[in-house]
Design a protein around this ligand. Structure first.
Ligand code: GUN
Length: 562
């Protein structure tokens, strides 16, 4: 029997990587005589290029098929016209470059006709795919070709199922592509045509149909244009294997294939990424802001800084942008580098007395000439969106409603979002700062979260490593680049990296890279879950500035929420 392997839509370089690694073994394992690869998304997620096609052929493809995105790269049209192993949609106007139907020879010598068709429901206009199929089948049959495979690139299940029935007994297989989610409806119809509504996709499954899920979700949530790039995480190959009697062209069997390649970019560790939960927090805040504005309250955050500390400038920019995105008004108060305690306190008090200001955030550090504690204590606790005022610190310790510091609150939300279990677990917090380590340790030990908590710090000495190895949940907030290495981590532990540092790296363009308190590679090899830097805790901290400002505004506007 003839075995035909059909590889579902290959999405960008991650999809090609998965195919390069898995196709040779898949062909050996299935005994495939002929391999068709849908390549219309194989170059950067949109279209095909000579280079992407060469990669697919080198991986073991015999023929490539297309779809509606085939023409996305204008500079590849000449290539599509001349490539004898590429089949473009057949139901396009006469004169369209390339071929819609071609005949190939499989490894066992059988002639195989390959037809590519576009659906018309919810797609751009094309000629009738059913009538085009009729003509293609007639032409192939007149050439003595009995085995015919149709790649039907269409949006709706109904149109694809209808095509199966339309061609039953006249072609060997009708394989749906385009929607990228493999359907479980594979079957051989009564007259011998194998069908599946969609073969799925080959690429990153931590995604929205192969594309970066953060960007895809933002497009839905904001309705703003957003560039989509192929997803990298959880690479898999999707395919179908069709068994055909070469003497009749009738299919005997169709089998779906889902082959994992690699689970995430760093081995098997689960990445606790912050972009998604941060987006959800900011999105929820935006809805609250709209409610407040409708009620006549314009939520307003004052951002105060002293001097030009470069890291502080970056943080302030991010916080401003996130607040602005949520509809919060920003009052930016940038004091000169030499401003003393009295000058800063006076400005903060004035903001505290202004009824139009709901939140005040004083970006630290303030410089050696300023008593930071005095400044923080001059913020009215109800407006203290950083949760640094002693009243908020005390209320947090008592488990009372308060404004919580943004990084600890963000870490808790990150762990909740990624469903990391906490109750009864041993959390080891490395670092005792009042901004992260101390409040986080307090929160984790509160009723409801129920961790057993140990705080380790710079004075713990060599015991620190042994303490860290005890942790089910290890929080690295020690402020030293790549301080925590794999040998500090218990196998399967959850590790949250709070640090952010720029370190020299001659292998990078620009000569440096961003890293955390954790050495990513060695810890990823041991941990069960790990927050990346950048893209882990950082976006959560920023999102919580937004959430705390909304909370402060609501409470001041009449105690909407406690
Ligand atoms: N400097 C470093 N981290 C922080 C923070 O969380 N809040 C403020 N205000 N300043 C910082």
């Amino acid at each position: 029997m003839l075995k035909i392997l059909f590889i579902a839509d290959v999405i960008g370089s991650p999809g090609r990587e998965a195919l390069r690694a898995r196709l040779p073994g898949l062909k050996r394992g299935t005994g495939a005589h002929f391999t068709i690869v849908n390549a219309e998304n194989s170059a950067g997620g949109f279209g095909v290029t000579r280079e992407a096609a060469a990669d697919l052929f080198a991986s073991g493809a015999d023929v490539l098929t297309g779809g509606n995105h085939l023409w996305d790269r204008k500079d590849s049209i000449a290539y599509i016209a001349e490539e004898p192993r590429l089949v473009r949609p057949a139901n396009l106007p006469a004169g369209t470059p390339g071929h819609g139907t071609l005949v190939f020879r499989a490894a066992d010598g059988t002639s195989i006709g390959v037809v590519n068709l576009l659906g018309r429901v919810f797609m751009k206009e094309a000629d009738c795919p059913f009538r085009t199929a009729d003509a293609a089948v007639e032409s192939l049959r007149s050439q003595g070709v009995r085995v015919i495979v149709v790649d039907f690139h269409a949006e709706t299940t109904a149109e694809k199922v209808a095509m199966g029935w339309h061609l039953d007994g006249r072609v060997s297989a009708v394989i749906g592509t385009h929607t990228h989610v493999q359907t479980a409806d594979e079957r051989v119809l009564p007259q011998g045509t194998a069908c599946v509504s969609d073969a799925g996709m080959t690429g990153g499954f931590e995604s929205v149909i192969g594309m970066d899920r953060g960007a895809a979700l933002r497009r839905f949530l904001t309705l703003m244009p957003e560039r989509l790039t192929p997803a990298e995480g959880d690479l898999r190959v999707n395919a179908v294997l069709v068994t055909v009697d070469p003497s009749t062209g009738r299919a005997a069997a169709i089998e779906r294939i889902q082959l994992p390649h690699r689970s995430v970019s760093a081995g098997t560790v689960k990445l606790l990424t912050g972009d998604q939960p941060a987006l959800s927090v900011r999105y929820a805040a935006r809805a609250e802001v709209e409610r407040l504005i409708a009620g006549g309250v314009m939520p307003t955050l004052a951002l105060v800084s002293v001097g030009e500390d470069p890291a502080s400038q970056i943080y302030l920019k991010k916080k401003s942008a996130a607040c602005a995105e949520a509809g919060i008004a920003i009052r930016r108060v940038a004091l000169a580098a030499g401003a003393d305690t009295r000058a800063v306190v006076e400005r903060v008090r004035a903001l505290g007395a202004d009824p139009d200001v709901h939140g005040i955030l004083v970006q630290l550090p303030l410089g050696p000439q300023v008593n930071a504690q005095a400044v923080l204590e001059s913020i009215p606790p109800a407006r203290d969106v950083d949760g640094f005022h002693p009243e908020n610190v005390g209320r947090l310790g008592l488990g009372l409603p308060c404004l919580m510091p943004c990084t600890p609150r963000g870490i808790l939300e990150l762990l909740r979002y990624h469903q990391v279990p906490l109750a009864g677990k041993h959390a080891v917090v490395l670092g005792r700062s009042p901004i992260v380590g101390r409040p986080l340790a307090t929160l984790l030990s509160l009723k409801g979260l129920d961790c057993t908590v140990t705080i380790g710090h710079s004075a713990s000495g060599p015991a620190l490593r042994a303490l860290a190895r005890e942790a089910d949940l290890l929080i690295a907030a020690i402020g030293r680049p790549e301080f925590v290495t794999g040998d500090w981590v218990k196998s399967g532990a959850t590790v949250v990296d709070v640090g952010i540092h720029r370190v020299p790296d001659p292998t990078r363009r620009g000569g440096s890279r961003i890293t955390g308190d954790v050495e990513f590679e060695s810890v990823a090899a041991v941990a069960g879950a790990l927050s990346p830097v950048p893209g882990g805790v950082g976006p959560m901290t920023v999102a919580m500035v937004v959430a705390n400002t909304v909370l402060a505004a609501e409470r001041q506007a009449g105690g909407v929420r406690v």
